[in-house]
Design a protein around this ligand. Structure first.
Ligand code: UDP
Ligand code: MG
Length: 306
C-alpha cells in the first residue's frame, strides 16, 4: 500500500518546512509507503528553493513547479496526475488541515470508502465575514448542484485511486474539485476536525480570488441560474393575466377604476415575453454547458459475470 499527499503551495516559504516536519513522522508511523507531492503554484518567494532542497534530502518528496500561478485547483489536479499511491490525500501546506488526521482517513479507506471528506467542526483564525459568506455560499451551492456537496468540507480529503483516476480522465477543462469529488459517487464518508489557524504567513485568497472560485463552483456544478429567466418570465406572465382578468371583472361589474391601470399588466406581459424568450435561449445554453463538459453519463463501480 502506498499513500500520496498532494500539497499545493503558493508563496509558502514560512510553512513548507513545518509541514514536512509534521507530516513525515505521521506518514512513517503508518507503516506504508508514501510520497509527498508539492505542487509549487508559481511562487515568487523562496518556496522553490526550499522545495528543491527538501527533494534532494528526501526522495519521497516530489516537486512540480508551475511556470506561473495557475491557482490551487489546478495545482491539486496536477498533483493527482503525478500521484502513484493507492490512495491520495489533498491538504493545504499551512497546516490548517491537520496531517494527524490522515491515519484515521486512511483507515476509512481500508474499510472500503473511496472518498473521505475532512469536515470542519470549528474554523479558527477565519474572519466572521469569511465564515458567514462561506456558510451561505455552500448552503446555496449544495441546493442547486447536480451532486449534493457535503457541508463544511473543503479541499481536505482522502481519495481512492479509482476516484482520482476518474477525475483525471474527465475531459472538462475548468475543474471544481470539491464538486467533482462528490459527483463521482462511490462510498463516501467524513472525518471531523477542528480547523487550525495557519502556522505562518497569511491567506492567499483575496476577495477577488474567492469570488472567482465561487463562480467556478456554480458554473461547473449547476445550470440553475440559467433557469431563472424562464421561471421569472412565466410567473410574471401569469400575474399579468391574473391582473387582466381582475380588471375585466371590475369592468363587467362596473366598479370604477383609473384607466391607466390597464397599462400595468400590459407592460408586465410584454416584459415577461422578453424573459421567456431569454429563458428559452438559456435552455439551449445549459445544454451546451453540459455537452462541452462532456462528462461521462455514468461511472460503473463494479460488475459481475460480464
Ligand atoms: N494556493 C495555491 N495557489 C493559489 C492560492 C493558494 O496553491 O493561488 C495554496 C496555498 O499555498 C495553500 C492552499 O492553496 O497550501 C490554500 O490556500 P490558503 O491557505 O491561502 O487559503 P485559505 O486556507 O485561507 O482559504
Ligand atoms: Mg489556508
Amino acid at each position: 500500500m502506498k499513500i500520496s499527499l498532494v500539497v499545493p503551495c503558493y508563496n509558502e516559504e514560512l510553512t513548507i518546512e513545518k509541514f514536512y516536519q509534521t507530516a513525515t513522522p505521521v506518514l512513517s508511523g503508518m507503516g506504508i509507503d508514501y510520497e509527498i507531492i508539492f505542487v509549487n503554484d508559481g511562487s515568487t518567494d523562496n518556496s522553490r528553493n526550499i522545495l528543491t532542497t527538501l527533494s534532494q534530502k528526501d526522495e519521497r518528496v516530489k516537486v512540480v513547479n508551475f511556470s506561473r500561478n495557475f491557482g490551487q485547483q489546478a495545482a491539486i489536479f496536477c498533483g493527482f496526475k503525478y500521484s502513484t499511491g493507492d490512495c491520495v490525500a489533498e491538504l493545504d501546506c499551512d497546516l490548517q488541515d491537520p496531517v494527524e488526521l490522515i491515519p484515521e482517513m486512511y483507515s476509512k479507506f481500508l474499510q472500503g470508502y473511496d472518498v473521505v471528506h475532512g469536515r470542519r467542526k470549528k474554523r479558527r483564525g477565519e474572519s466572521l465575514f469569511k465564515r458567514a459568506t462561506a456558510s451561505a455560499y455552500y448552503k446555496f451551492l449544495s441546493r442547486i448542484s447536480w451532486a449534493k456537496m457535503p457541508r463544511d468540507t473543503g479541499d481536505f480529503k482522502l481519495l481512492s485511486r479509482r476516484v482520482v483516476d476518474v477525475i483525471c480522465n474527465l475531459p472538462e477543462h475548468e475543474k471544481y474539485l470539491r464538486g467533482l469529488e462528490s459527483w463521482v459517487g462511490f462510498k463516501q464518508t467524513f472525518v471531523d476536525f477542528d480547523r487550525h489557524e495557519r502556522v505562518a504567513g497569511k491567506t492567499h485568497y483575496s476577495l477577488k480570488k474567492m469570488a472567482k472560485l465561487a463562480t467556478a463552483g456554480i458554473v461547473s456544478n449547476s445550470n440553475y441560474p440559467l433557469t431563472l429567466s424562464l421561471k421569472f418570465g412565466v410567473i410574471l406572465a401569469a400575474l399579468s393575466v391574473f391582473a387582466f382578468i381582475a380588471l375585466i371583472v371590475l369592468s363587467i361589474v362596473k366598479v370604477p377604476f383609473e384607466g391607466f391601470l390597464w397599462l400595468v399588466p400590459t407592460v408586465c406581459l410584454l416584459f415577461s415575453g422578453s424573459y421567456i424568450f431569454n429563458g428559452i435561449s438559456n435552455l439551449y445554453l445549459a445544454n451546451v454547458n453540459n455537452e462541452t463538459k462532456n462528462r461521462p453519463e455514468y461511472i460503473v463501480e463494479d460488475t459481475f459475470n460480464v
